[in-house]
Design a protein around this ligand. Structure first.
Ligand code: ZN
Length: 245
């Protein structure tokens, strides 16, 4: 038995399949991530071909069969195609990074409405943005890590319990957690979190305006989160789109 599903979906990736078809990865509102085939999708006359492109937000109809790896897309309509993200390199870099982490770090057939809405929201923020794209991405990245089930704590030293770091650098050991300056000396490798970076990481969780935080610190916040995920997910090698573009 297969059922017909009509849902909004973000196109995460597409690749050619055989001489005529496309295989796509979609993050759908109803079913989370799915893989699907667009039969005849490589034919330039195909009504679906041009619509099914990475980043696009679509309304798709497909036949869903649970015990099948590839669902079959029967129609697609564009809701948004984000022309500014596709034409400006800095926006594209972060847009692609969103697609990449959602594609590689989420599991199939697991609905997550918050994540779906988060992706649509970051795309519209990137589309409209006039600078500060790394900050838009950094907020999404921390939200995404939380959706994966990780909590990063910055309140107190996990070794001695000290809180309130008095404007001094603290250190994050990916095995232990947060360490104060003193205790960090007992551990070989830890990531230095200087005061502005700590304010930035804490601020990313809230809607606090972070306009005063330097671009470099926001980049360091992204690098910290990337390292955090690499440590916890052994086959995650970092976000390629951040390096390529
Ligand atoms: Zn300590």
């Amino acid at each position: 038995m297969s059922e017909i599903i009509k849902t909004e979906a973000v196109v995460l990736s597409k690749m050619n399949y055989g001489d005529t078809s496309l295989i796509v990865s979609l993050f759908t509102k109803e079913l989370g991530k799915i893989s699907a085939i667009v039969k005849g999708g490589r034919n330039p006359k195909s009504k679906i071909a041009l619509k099914v492109d990475p980043l696009n937000l679509l309304e798709v109809v497909f036949y869903n069969k649970l015990n099948r790896d590839l669902q079959i897309v029967s129609s697609a309509d564009i809701i948004s195609h984000y022309p500014a993200i596709k034409s400006e390199l800095e926006k594209l870099k972060y847009g692609q990074s969103v697609l990449e982490i959602v594609k590689y770090l989420t599991v199939e057939h697991e609905q997550n409405l918050r994540l779906f809405n988060g992706i649509v929201r970051i795309f519209s923020l990137l589309e409209e943005s006039k600078g500060g794209q790394n900050l838009v991405f950094a907020r999404f990245f921390l939200f995404f890590i939380t959706e994966l089930g990780y909590q990063i704590q910055f309140q107190k030293c996990v070794s001695c319990g000290t809180g309130g770091f008095g404007g001094k650098s603290i250190f994050y050991n990916f095995d232990q957690g947060m360490l104060c300056n003193n205790c960090s000396k007992n551990f070989i490798e830890s990531f230095e979190i200087y005061p502005e970076l700590l304010d930035c990481l804490i601020g990313l969780r809230t809607n606090k305006i972070l306009d005063n935080v330097s671009k470099k610190t926001v980049d360091n916040a992204i690098a910290f989160m990337e390292k955090f995920l690499k440590y916890h997910i052994s086959d995650f090698k970092g976000i390629k789109s951040l390096q390529l573009l």
